[in-house]
Design a protein around this ligand. Structure first.
Ligand SMILES: Nc1ncnc2c1ncn2[C@@H]1O[C@H](COP(=O)(O)OP(=O)(O)OP(=O)(O)O)[C@@H](O)[C@H]1O
Length: 307
């Protein structure tokens, strides 16, 4: 649905993007992660026809991203930049109606589209508000409503949750998931890594213009770790014994005690999790919980960015 093949754009001194390739299937959400200046906006600008690449190609909904296809692309792609202008003196309805007209949506259809966009972005109760009076979270949702007015199949959202408080971020995340559920294909960038983990089907990590990783979050995590870390919680009277048993087992590393939790690691290939659990129970250790520790997106990102 969205396909990038070796897209490159150089601004000199190594700045820009280098051979960026990935494919986002129809109806999925891809989270595009990278530090400031990593190359996210440049990629978005190329995809939306605002900037020409030096080399490489891209297609969206089967349409090659080329200047001659800009009109067609505009119908298929909705782009919400990280900073967008709003007309402070208009009400939300006037603002959307204005853009509906600019998008040449016929008057009769326009009302229906505005109502649908307001509904999908949970902005219905703001129609009569002056744009100037909207909070940052409301503005982002109204911006999103404007972006989906022409009913594009693909949405490219640059930092839609940027500057939002935790509650507004949750709302934005729910709205984005709802848009995926009605069939949109979405690429969005974010610095708020945990948010991406919860909502994205795919994650792409870009660092200094190079794609460091792309795929399902679980697969990327798996490929990054060479060990598995487990966290167990045992009855407080069994802590010492449990620790002793673990130390007696060969191949167990990094045994650490934190309050009532003990964590330990083992080789990924060997994966001793089940064996350890059975061993502790056989030795009458009262195990309250036993779980595999997941690598946080933040940690994973730091590992890749440090490369
Ligand atoms: N028009 C331009 N002229 C010169 N350099 C540019 C231009 N646009 C981007 N760059 C440089 O290219 C690199 C990538 O920038 P880009 O804006 O794509 O990063 P980003 O990941 O979107 O960052 P941010 O999160 O800060 O928006 C940066 O080093 C930036 O300074």
């Amino acid at each position: 649905m969205i396909e990038l093949n070796s897209l490159s754009k150089s601004f000199g001194n190594g700045r820009g993007i280098h051979q960026v390739s990935f494919t986002v299937p129809e109806g999925s959400i891809m989270g595009f992660v990278g530090h400031n200046g990593a190359g996210k906006t440049t990629t978005f600008k190329i995809l939306t026809g605002l900037m020409d690449p030096d080399s490489g190609s891209a297609t969206i909904d089967g349409i090659p991203v080329k200047p001659r296809n800009l009109k067609k692309l505009k119908q298929s792609v909705g782009y919400m930049p990280d900073i967008f202008g709003v007309y402070e003196r208009m009400t939300v309805w006037q603002y959307l109606d204005f853009f509906g007209a600019a998008y040449r949506i016929p008057r009769k259809l326009r009302k229906e589209r505005i109502l649908k966009a307001l509904d999908l972005t949970r902005s219905g109760d703001m129609v009569d508000y002056q744009v100037a009076s909207l909070s940052r979270g409301m503005r982002q949702r109204v911006g999103l409503a404007k972006t989906i007015l022409p009913d594009p199949k693909v949405l490219i959202l640059d930092e839609p949750a940027g500057g939002l408080d935790p509650q507004a971020r949750i709302e934005m995340r729910e709205v984005v998931c709802e848009l995926r559920d009605v069939g949109k294909t979405i690429i969005l960038s974010s610095h708020i890594l945990p948010d991406l983990g919860n909502m994205c089907d795919l994650v792409g990590i870009i660092n200094k213009g190079n794609m460091e990783a792309f795929g399902k979050l679980d697969d990327i995590t798996e490929s990054l770790t060479d060990k598995k870390t487990y966290v167990i919680e045992v009855h407080k009277d069994d802590l010492g014994n449990a620790q002793q048993f673990l130390s007696n087992m060969g191949s167990i590393k990094d045994i650490q005690l934190r309050e009532q939790q003990i964590s330990f690691s083992c080789d990924k290939e060997e994966d001793l999790g089940a064996k350890v659990l059975a061993y502790l129970i056989e030795n009458n250790i009262r195990v309250n919980s036993f779980k595999l520790q997941e690598l946080e997106l933040e940690e994973m990102f730091m590992q890749l960015a440090a490369k």
